[in-house]
Design a protein around this ligand. Structure first.
Ligand SMILES: [Fe+2]
Length: 192
């Protein structure tokens, strides 16, 4: 087993312990979306996809929504915290080089994007929210908050990849209503 395999095994073990039940599925599914969007994805990008939300799985380290004045600031702190934790784990596994710097930077950028590979990760994460997290989110948060979260998530996706949402089947009546609603809204195209 290589050190990269051991690292992935530890990340999966941490994710399996998350109090957020959809976390392990969402991590694996984000990896799948990265491959769908960009079949030539490298190991660093795939590892960043697997680990991008890791802080959420560690109760004593995770950032709390209630500590932030707005959702974007909360998400930025979440990404920075995950990046720091990923870097720590990689160091413990003896991976402390260009590769680990690249992975932690991708994790840090996963909410906003900012370069070719970080944009792929952001889009994959956003699409996976719709495919995996949405029913769980709806159950916890209800219709209005889910609509807001979906709008926020849809705007995150590059316009060219928003079409990919059509690949996802939404069985719940309320959720498919929300999806139809956001797809009908005109958006200013601010991201690439
Ligand atoms: Fe995520």
């Amino acid at each position: 087993m290589t050190s990269l395999d051991r690292l992935k095994r530890e990340i999966r073990q941490i994710l399996a312990g998350s109090s957020v039940p959809e976390d392990p599925l969402h991590a694996e599914n984000t990896v799948e979306w990265v491959k769908r969007i960009y079949p030539k994805a490298d190991e660093g990008l795939l590892l960043a996809a697997l680990a991008h939300d890791i802080e959420r799985a560690i109760a004593e380290k995770k950032v709390k929504r209630s500590d932030f004045s707005n959702y974007d600031k909360f998400k930025e702190a979440h990404a920075t915290n995950s990046a720091r934790i990923v870097q720590e784990i990689m160091t413990l596994h003896g991976i402390n080089n260009e590769f680990s710097n690249d992975v932690q930077q991708l994790v840090r950028l996963h909410e906003k994007g900012g370069n070719f590979r970080a944009d792929i990760l952001r889009d994959a994460d956003a699409l996976s929210f719709f495919e995996i997290n949405l029913p769980f989110y709806f159950e916890r948060e209800g219709y209005d908050n889910t609509l807001k979260r979906c709008l926020w998530g849809y705007k995150r996706i590059s316009p060219k990849n928003r079409e990919l949402l059509k690949m996802i089947e939404f069985r719940d009546k309320n959720i498919s209503e929300i999806i139809k609603l956001i797809q009908r809204l005109p958006f200013r195209e601010t991201s690439s």
